[in-house]
Design a protein around this ligand. Structure first.
Ligand code: WQD
Length: 339
């Protein structure tokens, strides 16, 4: 199969490219490099020994997408990973988030359908689930557009659009993957999470404390109704997540289908930090702070539908993720910039 990965040079994109190539498929990456480095494509080629064309451009521009099809097509599938994804930033910049996260989908669908793609795989998020009483979340749990931030709202809006578009394009299989919390890095240490600036997310922040860039881990809230008082999340190793994309493309249901990609095993902030300290072999300074506005106490999924229908199940643990993230960060203290 030949797939166009929009946002393909990003954290999930690069790992998904590796997984697809290693499964014998061909990939072409399209990325505007707003939150990615061109070096990631070279690293993917190094890991796989395969050619990995990267086109730098805007996935919201029909002419850019058409030019990629002209130069590198035809494609059987589009994997849409091109989105702004910082929850906090999205509350400050809603227009930019709706503009980018929706117009990329519209343009990729217009050109992809016109050029006859058979599959459209969409990167969504477990934050579209709206009622904590439904935990662990299944694909039938309540969702809403009335969420706490423009990022999550834009993802739910995309899902609504995709379901309607799938309905009127019977030859197009649309699969939505709701990610929980992607963490970790490829075991080679050649690709990993490389956020620009100070990381918002926990594991990349801990990675930067581990290499001495940042001096302590701030624990956002110790008074949640959880076993150790800190927030619970479903951390999924990015290699497992990438393999979930391969399974969805190879075995996804016809028409419109939604799958949770998570481990189903909630892990707390303190447990994740302890796992990383174990991987590095020393303790980090930790500061117990107030809750972060907008955070929920717990979110994790029931991943059994993906196991049943795609034959996919997460197999790596938080300790695997800590080990691999530490290898990536220690080998690349300045991320891809070091290239
Ligand atoms: C995890 C836990 C924090 C940082 C976000 C997006 C979600 C998805 C993953 C795209 C929480 C705590 C964090 C820190 C901390 N992105 N924390 N100190 O907020 O669950 O999910 O990223 O799909 O859409 O919402 O991830 O890593 O920011 O937080 O204590 O410095 O770590 O309170 O309990 P989150 P996170």
């Amino acid at each position: 199969m030949r797939a166009l990965l929009a946002g393909g040079a990003g954290y999930v994109g690069a790992h998904t490219a590796v997984a697809l190539l290693e499964a014998g498929h061909d990939v072409v990456l399209l990325d505007d490099l707003s939150n990615a480095s061109a070096a990631a494509a070279d690293r993917v080629a190094k890991i796989t020994g395969r050619s990995v064309p990267l086109v730098v451009g805007d996935a919201a521009d029909d002419d850019v997408i058409a030019a990629v099809f002209d130069a590198h097509g035809p494609f059987d599938a589009i994997v849409h990973l091109a989105a702004f994804k910082a929850v906090g930033e999205s509350t400050q910049k809603p227009l930019e988030y709706y503009d980018n996260n929706l117009n990329t989908t519209f343009a990729l669908l217009r050109v992809g359908i016109a050029r006859g793609i058979r599959s459209f795989l969409f990167s969504s998020t477990g934050t579209v689930y709206s009622d904590p009483a439904d935990l662990p979340f299944t694909e039938e749990s309540k969702t809403s557009v009335d969420l706490s931030n423009a990022y999550s709202k834009s993802k739910r809006m995309n899902e609504v659009v995709l379901e309607d578009v799938a309905r009127v394009n019977p030859g197009l299989d649309v699969t939505v993957l709701r990610y929980f919390n992607p963490v970790g890095a490829h075991p080679s240490g050649l690709i990993g999470e490389d956020p620009k600036g100070i990381p918002n997310n926990l594991m990349p922040y801990v990675q930067r404390v581990a290499i001495g860039d940042l001096d302590r881990v701030g624990v956002f809230g110790t008074d949640y109704d959880t076993p150790d008082g800190t927030g619970l999340r479903d951390y999924i190793h990015v290699v497992d997540l990438a393999e979930g994309h391969v399974a969805a493309l190879e075995k996804g249901a016809p028409g419109y289908a939604v799958y949770n990609l998570g481990t189903g095993e909630p892990v707390s902030v303190l447990q994740l930090v302890a796992s990383f300290e174990e991987a590095v072999g020393r303790e980090f300074r930790k500061e117990m702070l107030a809750r972060r506005p907008g955070d929920v106490a717990a979110t994790y999924c029931d991943p059994s539908k993906a196991e049943r229908e795609l034959g996919w199940k997460a197999r790596l643990t938080i300790d695997d993720a800590s080990r691999d993230a530490w290898k990536w960060q220690s080998q690349n203290p300045r991320g891809f910039e070091g290239d």
